[in-house]
Design a protein around this ligand. Structure first.
Ligand SMILES: Cc1cc2nc3c(=O)[nH]c(=O)nc-3n(C[C@H](O)[C@H](O)[C@H](O)COP(=O)(O)O)c2cc1C
Ligand code: SF4
Ligand code: SF4
Length: 254
């Protein structure tokens, strides 16, 4: 049976995971939000795949749940799964997902999370290199294979709530609001290729007179920094780029 996947990704880890789901049709969450793609009325299997942001859902995933799922008849949905990628651990992210879905009348059937190389620069000075990337991908593999089997067999796996989860959810929502990112800048090495504008998941970058210009809807995913072919985007004292597990062209949205 066909599965529709609603995907949010910055640096591509979540796309790498989404590509592993058999018989799946993958759509970026921005396609749903812009109206360029609509979930077919008879969809039975829906997967939501995304990175953990501050132990909660990235804002585009929240928007997808409230604005897209919250405004349609979801009675055809029989199996809804959520897979999160993270740099360390998800804490209550899957509870956040389950609760947000429940608010629009959808029951989460299965949730799981996987550790991947992390491109979140505020917590590191040097980007994760090729060797570490390959090692972490190898280490993630057994759990990914297990999860694919779970999802294929439509097994149930629900996140367990721990103490203080509502507070964590509130803090995550407050700290992950889109905004201006004054710490990202473009150096003279920029060739005006437009890659950063085409992969930004929120459309925060526009090209003006051959130069990228940043707006006020940055979610600090760092895709632009890591995927600039000239390494021309600077962030504080960060060095190197996390080149990830998928090709840059696969991250292009526009
Ligand atoms: C804004 C932001 C916040 C993050 N917060 C967390 C976190 O709270 N816990 C964690 O384990 N990883 C965190 N990470 C790491 C990402 O979840 C991880 O790198 C993920 O695999 C990125 O997925 P993507 O490549 O699909 O964008 C964060 C990353 C970003 C960009
Ligand atoms: S991806 Fe890099 S080189 Fe291309 S427009 Fe953006 S900053 Fe310039
Ligand atoms: S501008 Fe912000 S949201 Fe867009 S790719 Fe860069 S870090 Fe991500």
């Amino acid at each position: 049976m066909n599965t529709i996947i609603a995907l949010h990704t910055g640096t591509g880890n979540s796309l790498y995971l989404a590509k592993r789901i058999p018989d799946a049709e993958i759509h970026f969450i921005d396609e749903f939000l812009s109206g360029s793609y609509s979930l077919p009325e008879d969809t039975e299997r829906l997967g939501i795949i995304f990175p953990v942001y501050c132990w909660g859902l990235p804002s585009p995933v929240r928007e997808f749940i409230t604005k897209v799922l919250g405004n349609r008849d979801n009675s055809s949905l029989g199996y809804v799964f959520g897979l999160a990628t993270c740099g360390a651990f998800p804490l209550y992210t899957l509870n956040d997902l389950s609760s947000s879905l429940s608010d629009v009348g959808i029951a989460l059937s299965y949730g799981n999370a996987f550790r991947f190389p992390d491109g979140y620069l505020p917590l590191q000075k040097k980007a994760v290199g090729k060797e570490m990337t390959e090692r972490m991908a190898r280490e993630a593999e057994p759990r990914i294979i297990e999860a694919i089997e779970d999802i294929t067999e439509e097994r149930i796996r629900l996140p367990r709530r721990g103490p203080g989860w509502r507070l964590v959810r509130k803090l995550s929502m407050a700290s992950m609001k889109p905004g201006k990112n004054n710490d990202l800048s473009v150096s003279s090495g920029c060739t005006g290729c437009g890659t950063c504008a085409s992969i930004c998941p929120t459309g925060n970058i526009t090209m003006e007179n051959g130069r990228p210009v940043s707006g006020d809807s940055c979610i600090s995913c760092f895709a632009c920094y890591h995927r600039c072919p000239e390494n021309a985007i600077e962030y504080r004292k960060a060095v190197g780029q996390y080149r990830g597990l998928v090709e840059t062209k696969e991250l292009k949205r526009r």
